[in-house]
Design a protein around this ligand. Sequence first.
Ligand SMILES: CC(C)(COP(=O)(O)OP(=O)(O)OC[C@H]1O[C@@H](n2cnc3c(N)ncnc32)[C@H](O)[C@@H]1OP(=O)(O)O)[C@@H](O)C(=O)NCCC(=O)NCCS
Length: 144
Amino acid sequence: MSIREATPYDADALAAVHAACFERPWSAAEIDRMMLEGFGLVSEGRDAFLLGRVSAGEAEILTVAVDPACRRQGHGRRLVDAAIEVARDQGAEMIFLEVAADNAPAIGIYHAAGFQLVGKRPGYYHRAEGSRADALVMKRSLSA
Ligand SMILES: CC(C)(COP(=O)(O)OP(=O)(O)OC[C@H]1O[C@@H](n2cnc3c(N)ncnc32)[C@H](O)[C@@H]1OP(=O)(O)O)[C@@H](O)C(=O)NCCC(=O)NCCS
């Protein structure tokens, strides 16, 4: 699977993947705006994507989503590795992300990519059914 930079023409396809992955879907317009303000990476079949941004020497992964039919094929891991390279190329020294404490698949890919737990935000995520979940803050250094 190859990964390329996402363009505005991908926004509808990425919104469909996002809607299949999260209970609060982002619109194509929101995804387009995030790509403009940061960067987007997409798999060649447009069944997996990642959005991130770099500011003042720090990068952030905003989301990573893989269509449920295409999981456990390495797409998520490859996207995170590609985001690390983009962040480095754009001069970031650290990359951060937030992930729900009960999201074992995502925590798995972030650990595998070298991220470490640096904080916790209790009750940060509000679930549609009314419950709350803690957010874990994870960080990876980008220096050699
Ligand atoms: C999290 C997500 C992006 C992972 O994508 P993926 O393409 O299936 O992940 P990969 O195939 O690259 O998996 C890499 C490693 O992560 C871990 N992992 C992935 N899915 C896992 C699961 N369901 N349970 C446990 N570990 C898992 C494993 O270590 C895996 O390596 P392995 O397959 O060799 O065992 C995908 O499950 C997803 O889109 N989830 C919904 C959206 C989401 O929660 N995004 C993260 C928001 S912070």
